[in-house]
Design a binder for this molecule. Sequence first.
Ligand code: KIV
Length: 272
Amino acid sequence: MSAATKEVKRITTHVLRAMKARGEKISMLTAYDFSMAKIVDAAGIDIILVGDSASNVMAGHETTLPITLDQMIYHAQSVIRAVKRALVVVDLPFGSYQGNSKVALESAVRIMKEAGAHAIKLEGGSEVEESVKRILSAGVPVMGHLGLTPQSIYKFGTYTVRAKEEQEAQKLLQDAQLLEDLGCFSIVLEKIPANLTKVVSEQLVIPTIGIGGGPDADGQVLVTHDMLGITKDFHPRFLRRYLELFETIKEAVNQYVQDVKSGDFPNEKEQY
Ligand code: KIV
């Protein structure tokens, strides 16, 4: 097979499970639009999450609660058009799956049908058991999300580390086992103590993906705009910034403004 026709081996939920089994770490980042998804996929990321963090990063809301199912589908459609290799997981937004498993299934089916997503993610454990069961029964792969669950911010009141106390840690452990037993293919563990991440990851056969949960998760996820330094005023301990793009882009735009105002742009070569 020539290089031009060489097929890209797509990441599936089965590939992810095999990666955990052989001890290979899984990389995951967010994307909400075509251009960023194309870059992230080309760089070799395993999972792209169309996160409801789009509510913060794209729309400027303070929380993830306002984003709608239609808006998530719009973002997911743009991402799917760009991706050749990664598994694309799309968040079910707040209000589209809690409390009514029929509504949950309808939301998941819309994301799969209208966006062409590969899987959905939702927050919570035993509270969303019926929704998880019903979505899985339709053949839709489900990723769980435990620990800090931003859709419940008004219940918890803060974004601090979760499950530090024994009782909450035990509940998280039980929820993780429940999600695995129901048939979820993976679980995000957000902002929990590193030793709890280790215990959960050792207990489960399915891969865990950590964010602020230490090194022992089977994979790691960050919000792309945070790790590239496009967002500016967010400095949690777990965030490693690989670039400071806010400043870099600002300088480039400022240079453009100066060039336009001075008449330097466009020059002779930049015209017809
Ligand atoms: O919406 C999101 O970006 C997420 C990640 C932080 C895991 O859920």
